[in-house]
Design a protein around this ligand. Structure first.
Ligand code: PNS
Length: 159
């Protein structure tokens, strides 16, 4: 059984992430979404909120599982008996960081490979950080996140 891990902060999950999840889930028997428990920086959404949102927006994809993790990504990959890590590449500017991570992970565990998906050009400008900034300043986020995610984010902002 081919298993892949798609890791990230997902703070919040965007249409860009959802596109990668849809495409990767077709290539693997199981796709595990690994939500990083950010220890250094305080995320906008809690780990539980991020996991809940991802579960909701992926509920129609049966071979997707959502877990949270702290510590090293390669340990999650081993724990889940996965074969590869999935990451999306939006632009050349992503490349350096992604290459460094892929090579670090391979240095830590030589069996762990990273597979990159070229982000659909419709989504190449989308990032969770711009969503957070738009929310903070009252900008429109309909092109970035699903209606369910938008509702949860705004509920949190005005709570
Ligand atoms: O969506 P992000 O924030 O770009 O995802 C980054 C993530 C979660 C993939 C990365 O920070 C990560 O793997 N963190 C776990 C710690 C780790 O394994 N570090 C070694 C690789 S550099």
């Amino acid at each position: 059984m081919a298993v892949a891990v798609y890791p990230g902060s997902f703070d919040p999950i965007t249409y860009g992430h959802m596109d990668i999840i849809e495409r990767a889930s077709k290539l693997f028997d199981k796709l595990i979404i690994g939500v990083l428990v950010n220890q250094a920086k305080t995320p906008f959404l809690s780990t539980e909120e991020r996991v809940e949102l991802i579960k909701e927006v992926t509920r129609d994809i049966p071979n997707v599982e959502v877990v949270s993790f702290s510590g090293l990504l390669v340990d999650l990959v081993k724990r889940e008996k996965a074969d590869v890590i999935i990451r999306g590449l939006r632009a050349v500017s992503d490349f350096e960081y992604e290459m460094m991570m892929a090579q670090t992970n391979r240095q830590l565990d030589h069996d762990v490979d990273t597979l990159f998906f070229a982000t659909d050009e419709k989504h190449s400008f989308i990032s969770s950080s711009s969503v957070r900034e738009l929310v903070a300043f009252g900008g429109e986020i309909d092109a970035f996140v699903s209606p369910f995610v938008k509702a949860k984010i705004l509920e949190k902002k005005y709570r």
